[in-house]
Ligand binder design. Sequence first.
Ligand code: MG
Length: 258
Amino acid sequence: MTKRQSGILLAGACLAVWGLALAANATTVLLQEYKSGVVWTEPKVVAAGDMPGAAPADAVVLFDGKDLSKWKNGENWEVKDGYAITRKTGISTKDAFGDCQLHVEFATPAKVSGKGQGRGNSGIFLMDRYELQVLDSVDNPTYFDGSCGSIYKQTPPMVNVSRKPGEWQTYDVIFEAPVFADDGKVTKPAYITVLHNGVVVHNHFEIQGSTNFDRPAAYVKHAARMPISLQFHGNETMFRNIWVREFAALVGKPPAAK
Ligand code: MG
């Protein structure tokens, strides 16, 4: 078994244990929660404008509202009326992506239940491990670096642009994948820029490593391209209109010598 396979198994086991705890509504703490200790200022609330978001011609459409055939475990989620509802497990793209522009639309459950991290929780995992949090963050206190638009346990969004429960919201993400040397050291960290409902909430934020519930962020070498995953966290959060574009800077030729 490779390190990556064992890591995936371990992560899967952790998620399964956490899922069981959620399912049983257990009060037993199975994992020791990691807390960064950083004291954040509360993100200011900003009302969003109208919805942007149609896919450009060269985008890879990952979900057009009809089926989740481009996702592993997509059959576990319910698709109806042009959107998908989280169920049973997380889902991951069958294809892998590196540097990319990603558009995702989501809505937290219209019927509000639970509180804090238990309300409308899902998440978008770039490269299967760097989470852009999805949460109902309207009048729902929780730690700021776990609120909607946060890079989980690393930084809150600069402002809180959340729409109300049941209303459709957008994420537009520009993600730069990390680069690793052969010995596993990071030669270039990952960076993320995020517009939430059209408003910038992260501007080229340097991701500190994988986003974890129970331990500090850390980089572990992985492939240059990895799947994008959507989290199942026990809440019926909805998704629609998901598309991605990989990008690479153009390389120009120097002017010809005269
Ligand atoms: Mg989450």
